[in-house]
Design a protein around this ligand. Structure first.
Ligand code: F0G
Length: 482
């Protein structure tokens, strides 16, 4: 029994296993105001202000819904610079779940990456991984190392039905560790692989990866920020694990890794982050950097309230009913869009529903920022804010030419337990309408292009007047509707 509720009428849709007791009012502004807002934001969804956004699907980071138990725990936090009992409670929980006695607190996920890279990566060091994440790569490169991605061909195939596109190419890993013997500070495996659409790896693949790492004496580091989704997919897609509990699968994963780190803005539905290990030598290399970069060893830059919320949130993540909500809603959204002919990444992963912008807007070239244009258009169509994951998010080559991204994706994140079914249906409806009117959508060009991380603060404008024409068509089709 997998706890799936079946419906008499034969329909299939996910059912919320929680009730909503704190709410936040939303506003939906008119399509004319949405065009004005996106123009003012330089057609960059990062620069939109929230009072003009209806459904904020930018990210799940730090915006997952918290539970009544998390909020209650925050009220009993023990504030003190050193020796906080909140930290002790977190240590008890992480030891219990992950079986790793050493806990280093950090203020968020990228801070964990800074500590790891500063402590372990030296000049010329090579860090193999299933796929990079932006902040991870930046910290490794800042310390003079480089990243080698060892994904399988299926990872970048947006239409593949492979259930585990996040798998490591273990044959390539074995060869690399042989070739680069002594030059690999660690191997990194990212759960719920973010940049390829929230795609998981199988426990079997992690077992093989771990065996190879141990044979070559290379520590295996797990980025567990998106572990909740990966756990769900292991349980539901990997036949050998169907009978295992989430807690058992988590422990098995942790036992295969030498270091586990995570952003608690994602895992545990709080804020902050942590690094865990059972290896005293590794712990002692990282520990001195915590007071230097983060704060004292019992808070690491976090408020103790967040530490309490994290402890309860991690415990709640062991509940299948809690972790199924995100992937099931995402799969519902992707299936509904797919049924209407809208190109989405399949199979649906975790984190969010990903639109394939090149298939959505084949007439908008990548140097006119296909996924960026789609992000602006989806906002105009429905006040839905997504995140561009394409060429805009790349840095230019040294000679100034564009580095065209492997894929042009628009990520519509579903923060855990935040949106209702009708809000998801609304988003599907507006994206469907946009798809039917896709020929109206054009590209973007820069008005202000920063040199570093241009996607965060850069400003663009529409090539031509397509944004106004799209709004006019909306008015024509929807009358006086918002
Ligand atoms: N690792 C992964 C897999 C992530 O997705 C993120 C953040 C980090 C590390 C860094 O954690 O933000 O707490 O410093 N991802 C966010 C996102 C930003 O929107 O996908 P952080």
């Amino acid at each position: 029994m997998d706890g799936q509720v079946k419906f008499f009428g034969g329909a299939a849709f996910p059912l919320e296993m929680h009730k909503v007791r704190i709410v936040q009012k939303l506003t939906l502004v008119s399509v004319e105001e949405r065009v004005a807002a996106i123009r003012e934001a330089g057609s960059n969804t990062f620069l939109l202000k929230n009072d003009k956004v209806f459904l904020d699907m930018l990210t799940d980071s730090g915006v997952n819904a918290m539970s009544d138990r998390q909020l209650a725990a925050m009220m009993t936090a023990d504030d003190s610079y050193a020796g906080s009992m909140s930290f002790e409670r977190l240590r008890t929980v992480t030891q219990d779940i992950f079986g790793k006695p050493f806990l280093l607190p950090v203020h968020q996920g990228r801070a964990a990456e800074n500590i790891l890279a500063s402590a372990l990566v030296g000049k010329g060091g090579v860090v193999p991984m299933n796929y990079h994440f932006t902040t991870t790569r930046a910290h490794i490169e800042r310390n003079g190392g480089s990243v080698v991605e060892l994904f399988l061909p299926e990872a970048l195939n947006l239409d593949s039905t492979d259930p585990f596109k996040g798998n490591m190419d273990t044959a390539a890993l074995d060869a690399l560790l042989k070739r680069e013997a002594g030059n690999v500070p660690f191997v990194r495996m990212e759960a719920g692989t973010n940049l390829i659409g929230g795609q998981p790896w199988s426990l079997e693949n992690l077992e093989r990866t771990s065996e190879i790492c141990r044979r070559h004496g290379a520590p295996l580091v797990l980025d567990a920020s998106l572990l909740a989704d990966n756990l769900y997919f292991i349980k539901t897609r990997e036949a050998a694990q169907r009978g295992a509990t989430i807690r058992e699968i988590t422990r098995r994963i942790a036992d295969l890794c030498d270091i586990v780190y995570f952003s608690a803005r994602k895992l545990g539905c709080a804020r902050g982050g942590a690094i865990l290990t059972a290896d005293r030598a590794l712990f002692e290399r990282m520990q001195p950097l915590i007071p230097l970069f983060e704060g004292f060893l019992t808070y690491g830059g976090m408020s103790v309230r967040e530490i309490e919320a994290m402890a309860v949130g991690l415990e709640e993540t062991m509940d299948f009913d809690m972790i199924r909500h995100g992937p099931e809603f995402i799969s519902f959204m992707a299936d509904e869009l797919d049924a209407r002919g809208v190109p989405v990444v399949k199979p649906a992963g975790g984190l969010g529903c990903h639109l394939n912008a090149r298939a959505f807007l084949p007439h908008v070239p990548q140097n006119r920022y296909t996924a960026g244009a789609l992000a602006a258009a989806v906002f105009i169509a429905g006040g839905v804010r997504g995140m561009e994951r394409g060429t805009l998010s790349e840095e230019r080559n040294e000679d100034g030419s564009e580095r065209l991204a492997d894929a042009e994706l628009l990520r519509l994140a579903l923060p855990r337990r935040v949106f209702t079914m009708s809000q998801v249906k609304y988003a599907v409806d507006r994206i469907h309408w946009l798809f039917e009117n896709r020929n109206l959508v054009g590209g973007l060009e820069w008005t202000e292009e920063p040199k570093i991380l241009r996607f965060f603060s850069g400003r663009l404008k529409a090539v031509g007047d397509w944004q106004d024409r799209l709004a006019a068509k909306f008015r024509e089709d929807f009358g006086d509707s918002l």
